[in-house]
Design a protein around this ligand. Structure first.
Ligand SMILES: O=C(O)C(=O)C[C@H](O)C(=O)O
Length: 337
């Protein structure tokens, strides 16, 4: 039995998870006894993550080899890991099988010291739990769970607390909350976040709303817990670091990954003036590939930076010629092309 516990602890350590001895023993003991995985552990999320795109050909077919090629390139950058099936992964357009297979393929090629954070959110609690388990089974280190939103009129704090608690109770890997009002039309309420932050298997929040006062308040209220807040877009990366965010998931990191990692470094070393100069030059490209042109713009930019962009899946459409010209001008004017 002792050998088995040591083996489990060694495996967990190799996967880059930071466990106290006590936590490792608890987890090892539970696994050794065949019980459900223990939830009292921490995964260090600090760093920058691109929410990676999913390449499709013009017929809408998923291009796995191109995905793998991109992942090889992203893996050479100093990212903490990759977010697979974030908003920019077009997860609402993928079948259930494709969603799991994309995580599987990415995990197979990403170096072991980089995290794979998989977006497992679905509209119902049961479907989210199922998806979470499947993604964990193919090697996701954590799941990032977007708020359900279709019945937003009735999705109040109580509903979210119930949803996320159920998912976190049953998830074999840690859960990151994901609030993205620009896409879902709702924001995960502050009181629900504070309640959920106390759940032992909910380790953080990715907030794409961009309200820095709210982000600062969340960080302030959870500062005595092991709850990690990630900025959900590049436009407010510096501001987020200044109020205590631990990292960021940014669409723009798909194309300007090196620069976003540099910005992180400047913030962490207190070089705020240099950081601000860099942040300024990222604002317009970020707005273009998120709010203005979205995934179609990001995929076009990927092509310019030597990645496989491809086209978005229908009903999203590729850029028009005018949009392409405008996008190019924004990257050029800010010195990136
Ligand atoms: O694709 C995601 O997931 C993101 O978090 C991207 C984010 O919305 C952004 O604005 O960069």
């Amino acid at each position: 039995m002792l050998q088995r516990l040591i083996g489990i602890c060694q495996t967990l350590s190799r996967r880059g998870k930071s466990f106290s001895l006590c936590q490792m023993l608890k987890r090892g003991l539970r696994l050794g006894l065949g019980l459900s995985p223990v939830r009292h552990y921490t995964l260090d999320l600090r760093g920058i993550y691109p929410p990676i795109t999913t390449p499709f050909n013009p017929l809408g077919q998923l291009q796995y080899q191109q995905l793998v090629d991109n992942v090889h390139r992203w893996s050479q950058l100093p990212f903490r890991g990759l977010v697979v099936q974030g908003s920019n992964g077009e997860y609402p357009f993928l079948t259930e099988t494709e969603r799991v297979e994309v995580v599987n393929r990415v995990r197979q090629v990403v170096p072991a010291d980089k995290l794979v954070v998989a977006g497992s959110g679905c509209e119902s609690t049961e479907a989210t739990l199922e998806m979470t388990k499947k993604m964990a089974a193919v090697g996701a280190d954590a799941v990032m769970v977007v708020t359900p939103s279709y019945y937003r009129g009735r999705l109040n704090s109580a509903a979210f607390v119930h949803h996320y608690s159920r998912v976190a109770d049953g998830s074999p890997v840690p859960v990151v909350l994901y609030s993205v009002p620009g896409n879902t039309g709702l924001e995960l309420p502050l009181d629900a976040i504070l309640t959920l932050s106390q759940h032992p298997n909910i380790i953080g929040l990715k907030d794409s709303g961009g309200d820095i006062t709210r982000m600062a308040l969340i960080i302030y209220k959870t500062r005595k817990q092991e709850f990690q807040v990630l900025a959900g877009s590049a436009g407010f990366l510096l501001s987020a670091y200044s109020v205590g965010a631990v990292g960021a998931v940014c669409a723009l990191a798909n194309v300007l990954g090196e620069q976003l990692c540099s910005l992180e470094k400047l913030c962490l070393s207190g070089k705020w003036e240099e950081a601000l100069e860099l942040q300024y030059r990222l604002l317009e490209p970020n707005t273009m590939v998120t709010r203005t042109l979205g995934i179609s713009g990001l995929k076009q930019a990927l092509e310019w930076f030597g990645y496989h962009g491809g086209v978005p899946r229908s009903p999203l459409q590729p850029l028009t010629d005018t949009e392409r010209t405008d996008l190019r001008a924004v990257f050029t004017n800010n010195g990136w092309l």
